[in-house]
Design a binder for this molecule. Structure first.
Ligand code: MN3
Length: 197
């Protein structure tokens, strides 16, 4: 199913005076919608490539899908992160996690603000949950399109940096990626998929 622009759950002027109505209209209706259109187009083109077997432009369309996909997913989270009754501090388990992982809300806020202020490019400041050690982390997404679509959980990954294959395959990366399929532990990927779901 095609991606669609999510409706705001509050009015365009609901975040005034902190975020103005015109900014919200432009940001949501024009900018975010542009990502939705771009992502759908990229996924259509990638589907066409699967049909035809012509992958000559796959790098271009994967890049487009990353740029527009990351934009769409991050904005979709962003709108829901805000609301007219916002402000204050978190409570409950999130407050406890901030205490143990950052040394308290004030320290979290200082780092998050500094990281967000200093990020370059089409960037974001991001508070994220890191499942590997159950910790909160603050990340800078510098150029959000750098081959990530935030909000996804990696299921199967393949290292294609040369150190991963050069001794055996030298410059023949396709032979390496082909061989990889002989060693995939699908039980592991199924498990990761079920957990992610
Ligand atoms: Mn934006």
């Amino acid at each position: 199913m095609a991606h669609t622009l999510p409706e705001l759950t509050y009015a365009y002027d609901a975040l005034e005076p902190h975020i103005d109505e015109q900014t919200m209209k432009l940001h949501h209706d024009i900018h975010h919608n542009g990502y939705v259109v771009g992502l759908n187009n990229a996924e259509d083109k990638i589907a066409e490539a699967r049909e035809s077997g012509d992958y000559s432009l796959i790098k271009h369309w994967e890049r487009e899908s990353s740029f527009h996909g990351a934009g769409h997913l991050l904005h979709s989270i962003f709108w829901t992160n805000m609301g007219p009754d916002g402000g204050g501090k978190p409570g409950g388990a999130l407050e406890e996690a901030m205490n143990s992982d950052f040394g308290g809300f004030d320290k979290f806020k200082a780092q998050f603000t500094a990281a967000s202020n200093q990020v370059e490019g089409s960037g974001w400041g991001i508070l994220a949950y890191r499942p590997s050690d159950s910790k909160l982390v603050i990340l800078q997404a510098e150029k959000h399109q750098n081959l990530s679509q935030w909000d996804v959980v990696p299921l199967l990954v393949l290292d294609v940096w040369e150190h991963a294959y050069y001794l055996k395959y030298q410059n023949k990366r396709p032979a390496y990626t082909d061989a990889f399929f002989s060693v995939i532990n699908w039980k592991n990927i199924e498990e990761r998929y079920n957990n992610a779901k």
